[in-house]
Write a protein that binds this ligand. Structure first.
Ligand SMILES: [Zn+2]
Length: 491
C-alpha cells in the first residue's frame, strides 16, 4: 500500500499538469508532411503576386485596376479548379489629387526662396482650397503636448505630430507593436488637431528606413469633428520641420486636392474547394486584393492573395480531398474601410457558426516562425501534431494574439477562430504604404515558407475530427460606428 501511495505522489504533478491540457488531435502527419514539402517547391504564389503587381498595378478601392484584379483572379481560381463566387461589395472611392508643400518662411531663410517638403495625403483626407493654404506649423510629440498648447496656440495652425516609429522595436521582432504605437497619430491626429482649431494635420510617416519616402495610410475622422486636410511627411522632412520650429516661426504652403467620390462596386473574390465530409463547414485562407496607390501593393497585400491561392492549390494538387471546404478569399477593401470583411460577416452571418477557422496573410511575405491564433486557449495543445509538421520549415510556433488579420475581425467577432502567419516583419514597415512596395521586396523562398505553413494549417483544420470551439467577442467601437452609419444611410 505504501508503495502504491508513493507511486501516486510521484505521478500526481504530471497528472495535474495533464489535467489542463487537451490531448493532441490525431492527424495524418505523413500526408501533411508531403503537402508541406510540395508547397515549399511551388512558385505559384509568386506568379500570382507578380501578375497582380506588375501587370495590374496599384489596386486602390474604387479604381478600375481593383475590378480588373478581381476578374483576373476569378478566372485564375476557375482555371485551378475552384468554384467561384463574386461577392458584391460597395467600397469607398477616394482619389489622390495633387500633393505638394513648401516652407515659405523659416529662420534665416534666403529671401524669395522656398524649401520643398515631401509628403503624401492620408487616405480619406479632405482637400485644401485648390490654391492651397498657408499657415504656421506647430510641432508636438504627443496628444498631451497638443492639449497643453491649447486652442490659443493651435487655432489657425498646421499641427505636425512628430511621433517616431520605433525601428529598434521592429527589428527586435515586435514590428506590429511599433506600428500600432505610431499609427495612432495617423488615425486620430487630424481630428484631435481639428478640435483645437487647426487648419491641417501632418504626421511623421509611420515606418522605418525612409529614403525620403512618405508612407500613406487611412486616417479616421471622428464623428462630429471638423474634417481638416491630412498628410504624412517623409521622415527627413518631419525631422527638418521639428528642428526649424525649435529655432523660430515656420510657415508652410500646403496643397492637397484629394476627392471622395460615390461608393464604387468591387468584389470579395471567393473560391471553394469542396469538402468531402462536411462541405458546409469552412476553412478560409485569405489576403486582401486592394492596395494603396503609391506602389503596386506587393507586400501589402498581393503577397497575401498569392500565398492563399498557392495554399489552396497545393491542397487541391495533393490529391487528398479536405473533409471540410477550404475557401480562398481575396478581400475587396482592407485599407480604407474594411468593407470586404464586413460584407462577408453580414452576407454569410448564418453560416459563420459552421466556419471552422479563418486564416489571413497580411504582413508581407517574410519567413513565418509559426501562426498567431485568436480563439480558444486549447488550440496549441490540440494542434500539437500540426506544429510538429510545421517545424519542418521552422514555423511551429502557435502564439495567441488579438491581431490575426483585419479582414477577419468581423467574422472573429461573430466567433470564428482566426489565424495569421507570424511573418518576419522586421523590414516590412520600411516599404509599407510607400511607392517602394513593389515585387522585388519579396524573397521567393520565404514566400514559399508561408505557402507551406498556410497549406498545412488549413488542411489540418479542414480534416480535424473536432470542430474548434467558437467564442463571440464584444463589437469594437469602430465597427459599431460603421454599422450605425450604414443603418443611418438606409433611413
Ligand atoms: Zn494590408
Amino acid at each position: 500500500l505504501l508503495r502504491r501511495f508513493l507511486l501516486l505522489l510521484l505521478l500526481a504533478p504530471s497528472v495535474f499538469a495533464q489535467d489542463k491540457k487537451v490531448p493532441a488531435a490525431q492527424i495524418d502527419t505523413a500526408g501533411l508532411s508531403k503537402l508541406h514539402d510540395a508547397a515549399l517547391k511551388s512558385d505559384y504564389a509568386y506568379q500570382v503576386t507578380q501578375h497582380l503587381t506588375d501587370n495590374i498595378g496599384p489596386r486602390l478601392s474604387g479604381s478600375p485596376q481593383l475590378v480588373h484584379a478581381a476578374e483576373w483572379l476569378a478566372d485564375e481560381m476557375r482555371r485551378i479548379g475552384l468554384t467561384v463566387t463574386l461577392e458584391k461589395v460597395m467600397v469607398p472611392h477616394w482619389v489622390r489629387g495633387q500633393e505638394t508643400a513648401e516652407l515659405v518662411q523659416f529662420p534665416d531663410m534666403t529671401p524669395n526662396t522656398t524649401q520643398k517638403i515631401v509628403l503624401t495625403a492620408l487616405g480619406d483626407s479632405v482637400a485644401t482650397p485648390a490654391q492651397g493654404l498657408t499657415a504656421e506649423v506647430v510641432v508636438v510629440n504627443s496628444f498631451d503636448e497638443l492639449t497643453a498648447l491649447g486652442r490659443d496656440k493651435v487655432q489657425g495652425k498646421i499641427v505636425l505630430f512628430h511621433e517616431v516609429f520605433d525601428q529598434r522595436m521592429a527589428e527586435q521582432g515586435d514590428a506590429r507593436e511599433a506600428y500600432s504605437q505610431a499609427v495612432e497619430f495617423r488615425g486620430k491626429g487630424p481630428s484631435e488637431a481639428a478640435k483645437l482649431g487647426a487648419v491641417a494635420a501632418l504626421i511623421r510617416s509611420v515606418g522605418g528606413a525612409s529614403f525620403r519616402l512618405p508612407h500613406t495610410g487611412g486616417t479616421h475622422y471622428e464623428k462630429g469633428t471638423n474634417k481638416i486636410p491630412a498628410a504624412a511627411l517623409a521622415v527627413e522632412d518631419a525631422d527638418l520641420l521639428m528642428r526649424l520650429a525649435k529655432q523660430g516661426s515656420v510657415r508652410m504652403h500646403l496643397v492637397l486636392t484629394p476627392q471622395t467620390l460615390e461608393d464604387s462596386l468591387a468584389y470579395n473574390v471567393i473560391g471553394d474547394l469542396k469538402g468531402s465530409e462536411h462541405p458546409d463547414e469552412i476553412v478560409i485562407v485569405s489576403g486582401h486584393l486592394d492596395s494603396w496607390d503609391l506602389g503596386t501593393g506587393a507586400i501589402d497585400d498581393a503577397a497575401g492573395v498569392g500565398i492563399a491561392m498557392a495554399a489552396i492549390r497545393a491542397i487541391k494538387d495533393s490529391g487528398s480531398q479536405p473533409k471540410r471546404t477550404v475557401r480562398v478569399i481575396a478581400w475587396a477593401n482592407e485599407e480604407n474601410g474594411l468593407r470586404g470583411g464586413l460584407a462577408y460577416a453580414k452576407d454569410y452571418a448564418s453560416e459563420l457558426p459552421k466556419h471552422q477557422a479563418g486564416l489571413e496573410s497580411d504582413l508581407g511575405a517574410g519567413h513565418p516562425t509559426g501562426l498567431f491564433y485568436d480563439g480558444d486557449s486549447s488550440i496549441p495543445d490540440l494542434l500539437d501534431n500540426v506544429k510538429k509538421v510545421l517545424e519542418r520549415s521552422g514555423a511551429g510556433n502557435l502564439q495567441a494574439s488579438e491581431d490575426t488579420g483585419a479582414d477577419l475581425i468581423p467574422s472573429g467577432v461573430a466567433g470564428v477562430p482566426t489565424f495569421q502567419p507570424i511573418h518576419d516583419a522586421r523590414y516590412y514597415f520600411n516599404y509599407h504604404h510607400t511607392a517602394a512596395d513593389t515585387l522585388d521586396k519579396i524573397v521567393p523562398q520565404e514566400m514559399r515558407d508561408n505557402v507551406a505553413a498556410m497549406a498545412v494549417m488549413a488542411k489540418a483544420l479542414a480534416d480535424l475530427d473536432q470542430k474548434l470551439p467558437q467564442k463571440t467577442k464584444p463589437l469594437p467601437k469602430w465597427m459599431r460606428e460603421i454599422l450605425e452609419e450604414e443603418n443611418a444611410k438606409k433611413k
